[in-house]
Design a protein around this ligand. Structure first.
Ligand code: ZN
Length: 431
């Protein structure tokens, strides 16, 4: 399956040994070269020699975005400046940017990881890869481009936006792969449809990064652009950047590069591992990152691990799509509710639009009550109101084991925003 950028291991036993060696190296390296990690490890009573098996990972202290902000800008730096060749930065939750340092080897490792994504997506050196994501401090543009060149395909670095130029280059240069956010892919699809350009394109694949996509968006892209293959690429700046994993071609979740990092999925409230298949927060520990290693870095992103071998033949492990942020978790009648689960339920039901709200309240007798407000789809169609309501209630009961009420709304009723839309309103009183 992989000829040029294969995993560093071929069996799960070898993966365990590889991860242990990487964990031991990382803890020693962080202890030796980072004052931040040395202090944190020492405060937790850990010395590098204490790591003798993979379970010892659980003894290590967590690292958070707040740690990066507290020690801005070079918080996790674990290499002398002489060895650093680049920084990238992303916006931080507390207003401070997160700045991450890279050595030459980090850049090389990142290219290898990302090139493996291109290989898994079935690209060849004949492909022309039009890159329509941001350049600059972000990891996106340069990440897609350097890996494309490293892989040996032809990079067409257009950058974000500029639909006119994107369309012109898709036609003139006959680009075969388009890398973008889901919103951009949708805009392009609608533009190509509106101008009747589909037959002039040579587009084969889309690689989506950075943003969650809905089934409706993907359908529009497939239909308007005449393509079959759409891949999601994962990654975050703290973990090199995009290229940390790619969605399976058989749509069985996302294969992630476990030979470069350990992924834990933990209950965000107890910080203990969730049961197999349950949703939890993604926590990352890198195995060979020099400039800014991660030790149990809490990403706040939610997903679940997918068990067992994948029919596509790729032996690297899998996790589900990103299902939201742990900051958004609410407890309802003793059950953890992740808004992403509501997305998951709604996207499987026909006749529903893209917007919804979740209202939590107390009934007069003090019980938790949940109301899901859902817009009907703009295209019309779908089942009549009564059946649609029953499908939503049944889907939520089945997936999240809770009962709710449903209010159906006309398309366009709920507020939109260009940034992050607030969808959960918790009006319960806890005094
Ligand atoms: Zn697969």
């Amino acid at each position: 399956m992989f000829k040029r950028f294969p995993p560093k291991i071929t069996t799960s036993e070898a993966l365990t040994a590889h991860q242990l060696a990487g964990l031991q190296w990382t803890v020693q390296h962080a202890f030796d070269y980072s004052s931040f990690y040395r202090e944190h490890l020492t405060a937790a009573g850990i010395t590098p020699g204490d790591i003798t098996c993979l379970d010892d990972l659980r003894r290590l202290p967590f690292t958070t975005a707040a740690d990066l902000a507290a020690d801005y800008p070079f918080a996790l730096r674990a290499a002398p400046f002489d060895d650093l060749v680049r920084i990238h930065a992303s916006s931080g939750t507390t207003g401070k940017r997160k700045v991450l340092c890279y050595t030459r080897k980090d850049i090389a490792d990142w290219q290898d990881m990302f090139a493996r994504c291109y290989e898994l997506a079935g690209l060849t050196c004949q492909d022309r890869v039009q890159i329509a994501v941001g350049y600059g401090l972000w990891t996106a543009g340069i990440g897609f481009q350097q890996a494309c060149e490293h892989f040996g395909a032809l990079a067409v670095p257009v950058g974000p936006g500029n639909l006119e130029l994107q369309t012109a280059f898709l036609i003139d240069l006959q680009s075969t792969v388009f890398c973008c956010t889901a919103s951009m892919g949708l805009l392009l699809a609608e533009e190509v449809q509106r101008r009747g350009l589909r037959d002039k394109l040579n587009l084969k694949k889309i690689i989506l990064g950075a943003e969650r996509s809905s089934a409706a968006m993907l359908d529009t892209m497939r239909h308007c652009l005449g393509i079959d293959e759409i891949y999601d690429i994962t990654g975050l700046t703290e973990l090199y950047g995009p290229g940390a994993g790619l969605s399976c071609r058989e749509d069985n979740g996302i294969h992630y590069w476990a030979d470069y990092y350990i992924l834990e999925v933990l209950n965000p409230l107890t910080l203990k591992p969730v049961a197999p298949g349950e949703i939890g927060e993604m926590v990352f520990t890198t195995l060979c990152k020099e400039g800014a290693p991660l030790i149990r870095y809490r990403s706040r992103d939610l997903t679940r691990l997918l068990e067992g071998p994948c029919p596509c033949g790729c032996m690297l492990p899998r996790h589900d799509r990103i299902l939201g942020r742990s900051d958004d978790v609410v407890i309802f009648r003793g059950v953890n509710i992740y808004p992403g689960q509501i997305d998951e339920v709604l996207r499987q039901i026909p006749g529903i639009g893209s917007e919804y709200q979740l209202l939590l309240d107390h009934t007069p007798d003090g019980r938790d009550a949940m109301l899901v407000r859902v817009e009907r789809s703009r295209n019309g169609g779908g089942p009549p109101d009564e059946l649609l309501t029953r499908l939503i209630i049944g889907g939520i009961k089945h997936t999240m084991l809770v009962s709710c009420n449903v209010e159906l709304l006309q398309p366009g009723t709920l507020p939109r925003s260009e940034g992050k839309t607030k969808r959960v309103f918790d009006r319960r009183c806890f005094e």
